[in-house]
Design a protein around this ligand. Structure first.
Ligand code: FES
Length: 82
């Protein structure tokens, strides 16, 4: 699985950096280092969403915040890798 977090300015303002840190922590805590490639991408054209945006394989996922991060990770990452 490849997770490409948007590095555009709008997502940066909405906390993309924090989301990357949370992703790193969760990937490590779940021993997924060999299953997930974490990378960055240019603007995904979803700047109006309420949080950081990313592309997980071919799916664009929008509006990730510190508050909804745990649910997002369980639903979009863990369930797909187990
Ligand atoms: S800056 Fe992230 S979707 Fe545009």
């Amino acid at each position: 699985m490849t997770i490409a977090v948007c590095m555009g300015s709008s997502c940066h303002v909405k906390g993309a950096k924090t989301i990357i840190e949370l992703l790193k922590e969760k990937i490590k805590a779940n021993n997924l280092e060999d299953k997930v490639i974490l990378t960055g991408t240019i603007c995904l054209g979803q700047c109006a969403s309420g949080g950081a945006n990313m592309k997980i394989d071919d799916e664009i996922v929008t509006g990730i915040t510190r508050e909804n991060f745990d649910n997002f990770f369980a639903e979009k990452v863990l369930t797909k890798l187990k």
